[in-house]
Design a protein around this ligand. Structure first.
Ligand code: C2E
Ligand code: CA
Ligand code: CA
Length: 764
């Protein structure tokens, strides 16, 4: 019922595990992504930087070509030898051969003020000026741009050359009139630097008349030049290729010349600084992350299993802690919790409400256990549990407190007219219980306590239900009793007595008194019965009828009984001519090695056991167990006499008299006292005496209170008599006096003795 729901923490833990797992996975993925991105971005930015460096190097190459041209073109002599008078040999030496051989220019052209060629130098030799026209369409933009100071329809490059000219103070004058332009263009399909510069005087500006001439150089960007460029940029394999490379780590960037024509791919091996990150660290991190993932998954799974197991065990432990293993019913602890809750909730849905606590005890369950065995007892308990559940209302809370004790909790709200609890329970026990093929009929006692009249707290309600149950058992079982304050008072008193009784033995408040037993035949005292007396310092004398049952229940009887036996046997030595009767309590049979105790008492006292009569009551014989029988037999074998006390008050089954041979039979005083007035009692006494005599037993009449009764008992054939007529129980010191008084009288007549007169008085 309350079990499966208690395995909580499962979903919580699963959620937590999910969150932790998710967090670990996210962290792993993030780490991998960051490393991969860092590697990739640093590679990409390095490629971009390398590309920019290549571009920059090309621009500087253009500036270098212009610088080379400038060294000759900006010169007074050049203006004189070209513009003023065209000295072809001088031009060959200073321009054609010089630029070709010193700087590797591939083509050199000089145009006049009208942009008409006046000089061409190709492939290491002078050509006719008209050779210029072969490349004129390609070079047109550069020339136009130079003349007009425009882009000439070509891509504009950063003017590295201009930037470097500021350093030359001497050239300040030239710079005012000089013009230049550098571009990269496809010349005969070969990407080439095209550098154009005006031929102007460097010192004597007056030499400049009209529009200046132009020097044009074409320098092919051949493999060697590109490779040189690459080396200077620490890109040793830089080259211009026709197709893009697919090789790992090789970059190919499309390369367009300045008029926009595609000229191939600028290709180089990039240094890839992020590569180690991507090829070494990233795989390691991935392995690490996967490993961590697997590890934490395993750990989380184990954790999950462990905590599931823990939750299961906890639930089992909680269940065990709250349930009785035999019947599966809630136990006392759980019952108390429930009662607590019911009281807090006011017992019901609304309005003034009530909680009923019922304590139930299966009557004489111990007998069933003893006679039919524990297995049957256990089975019976299970059947009773089931039957109760069937007969109680679904909202009733049934618990088992162990043994044969059950408890029921019922909450009643005002509007609920339920069948009384005692009726349901009564009905449950109407039919017998079928256990192992046999029908067992049992009854139950029920104690009820109800809030708020009988208590407002769990403790008090449970305690009062227990008191009511005790009362139900005391009143003869098989009934239900509701708690009353009076019961609590009695119980309180009992508790007090119990407490003080424990002390009394050691405090010397207990004493044995002796009541004479007189022979009918001789009228002499032939024996005494030892009777326990408790002289309470403040409450005075407490009768044994009160304190002996309490001692029995409180488990004090073994100790108390041993003291009685020891004291009585000890005192027996004082009156060698008397028999001593000692009362035995059932508890002395159940909880003490009685045989062993009696044996040891005989050894220490050296009294003749045949002088000692041990009195037992029928109550003891109800328990037909072998042990009781065996103990009784052992006592007789030791030489003691055994008497059946209070005969006629209990079941008085003749069975007892057949099962066990008693030496003496004591007729209860309820048949003797006042017998002369009640006719049928006389018949019963007569019958019992006849029976006893027939079975060879000594018959003793108890409670002889007057002379008439004494005479009657003697007439009916009793062997001996005991009662106030002869003497009340007296302290041991008074026995000697009684003996002298009694046993000195004439034989054959019942005699009373009054100690107030200090003399014997003839009764008849
Ligand atoms: P019991 O064994 O039947 O003892 C006889 C009781 O009858 C005694 O009561 C005694 O005082 C009383 N009695 C004797 N003659 C008369 C009489 O003429 N009229 C009336 N009305 N009563 C008379 P007591 O001493 O109060 O003991 C009551 C019971 O307590 C005993 O009944 C016995 O069952 C128990 N008891 C007393 N002492 C011991 C003991 O040492 N051990 C055990 N186990 N039980 C004891
Ligand atoms: Ca007795
Ligand atoms: Ca008696």
């Amino acid at each position: 019922m309350e079990t499966s729901a208690t395995i909580s923490g499962g979903p919580d833990l699963r959620r937590l595990t999910g969150v932790i797992g998710g967090a670990i996975a996210l962290a792993g993925v993030l780490l991998i992504a960051i490393i991969a991105y860092t590697g990739w971005i640093s590679n990409a930015s390095e490629v971009a930087a390398e590309h920019a460096r290549v571009e920059n190097a090309l621009n500087r190459s253009i500036a270098a070509a212009l610088d080379q041209q400038k060294s000759i073109a900006w010169w007074d002599d050049a203006v004189v030898n070209i513009a003023h008078k065209f000295d072809v040999d001088w031009v060959d030496a200073q321009f054609g051969y010089f630029f070709t051989e010193s700087y590797g220019h591939d083509e050199i052209y000089i145009l006049n003020a009208e942009d008409q060629p006046v000089y061409s130098f190709l492939n290491g030799a002078r050509a006719g000026p008209e050779a210029f026209f072969a490349h004129e369409p390609i070079l047109r933009g550069v020339i136009e741009g130079l003349r007009k100071g425009t882009s000439g329809g070509l891509r504009e490059r950063p003017d590295e050359f201009a930037a470097s000219q500021d350093n030359y103070n001497v050239l300040k004058g030239v710079l005012k009139s000089a013009r230049w332009k550098g571009n990269i263009l496809l010349v005969d399909g070969v990407p080439s630097i095209v550098a154009a510069i005006t031929i102007v005087p460097n010192v004597d500006q007056s030499l400049q008349t009209g529009t200046p001439y132009i020097l044009i150089s074409v320098i092919n960007l051949d493999d060697k030049l590109v490779a040189d460029l690459g080396r200077s940029l620490l890109l040793p394999d830089l080259k211009l290729s026709t197709s893009a490379s697919r090789l790992e780590g090789v970059v190919s960037k499309p390369f367009a010349v300045d008029d926009g024509q595609f000229a191939g791919y600028m290709t180089w091996t990039t240094s890839k600084p992020g590569q180690s990150l991507l090829t070494i660290i990233l795989p390691l991190v991935i392995i690490g992350v996967i490993g961590t993932g697997i590890l934490s998954a395993t750990m989380l799974r184990r954790l999950g299993r462990a905590s599931a197991e823990l939750a299961r065990r906890e639930a089992a432990a909680t269940y065990e802690a709250k349930h009785d293993p035999l019947s599966g019913l809630p136990n006392r602890h759980f019952f108390a919790l429930r009662t607590e809750k019911a009281l807090r909730q006011g017992g019901g849905r609304s309005g003034p409400a009530s909680v009923i606590v019922g304590y139930l005890d299966v009557d004489r369950f111990k007998d069933i256990n003893d006679t039919l065995g524990h297995h049957t007892g256990d089975e019976l308990i299970k059947r009773v549990a089931k039957r109760l559940k069937d007969y109680l209302a679904p909202s009733d809370f049934l618990a088992r407190f162990g043994g044969d004790e059950f408890a029921v909790l019922r909450s009643i709200s005002d509007d609920e007219a339920a069948k009384p609890l005692e009726k349901s329970i009564e009905a449950a026990f109407k039919r017998p219980f079928s256990v192992d093929g046999q029908d067992i009929r049992v009854t139950a006692s029920l104690g009820l306590a109800q809030s708020p009249e009988h208590g407002m707290t769990t403790d008090i309600l449970m305690q009062n239900a227990d008191i009511a149950l005790y009362e139900a058992k005391k009143r003869g079982r098989d009934q239900s009793v509701s708690f009353s304050d009076e019961m609590a008072g009695q119980l309180q008193q009992r508790r007090q007595v119990e407490l003080e009784l424990r002390e009394s033995l050691h405090a010397g408040e207990l004493e044995l008194h002796y009541q004479p037993i007189v022979s009918c035949a001789t009228n002499r005292i032939v024996g005494v019965e030892a009777l326990l007396r408790w002289f309470h310092p403040s409450k005075g004398s407490i009768p044994p009828a009160i304190f002996i049952p309490i001692a029995e229940e409180a488990g004090l009887m073994p100790e108390l009984g041993e003291w009685v036996l020891r004291t009585a046997i000890d005192n027996a030595a004082r009156w060698p001519e008397l028999d001593i009767a000692i009362n035995l309590s059932p508890a002395q049979f159940h909880h003490v090695d009685l045989e062993g105790l009696l044996k040891s008492l005989l050894e220490t006292s050296a009294v003749d056991p045949s002088r000692i009569t041990l009195e037992i009551t029928e109550g003891l014989l109800l328990d037909r167990s072998n042990k009781t029988h065996a103990t009784l037999q052992a006592i007789r074998n030791l030489g003691f006499q055994v008497a059946l006390d209070d005969f006629g008050t209990g079941f008085s089954s003749l069975r007892y008299l057949i099962d066990f041979r008693f030496d003496k039979l004591k007729i209860d005083r309820s048949f003797v006292s006042g017998m002369s007035r009640v006719g049928p009692a006389k018949t019963i006494v007569q019958t019992v005496i006849d029976l006893g005599r027939a079975l060879g037993m000594n018959v003793i009449a108890e409670g002889v209170e007057n002379e008439a009764e004494a005479l009657m008992m003697r007439a009916l054939g009793c062997h001996s008599m005991q009662g106030y007529f002869f003497s009340k129980p007296v302290p041991k010191a008074a026995i000697e006096g009684l003996l002298t008084a009694f046993n000195g009288t004439r034989e054959g007549e019942p005699t009373a003795w009054r100690d107030d007169r200090g003399a014997q008085k003839k009764a008849v």
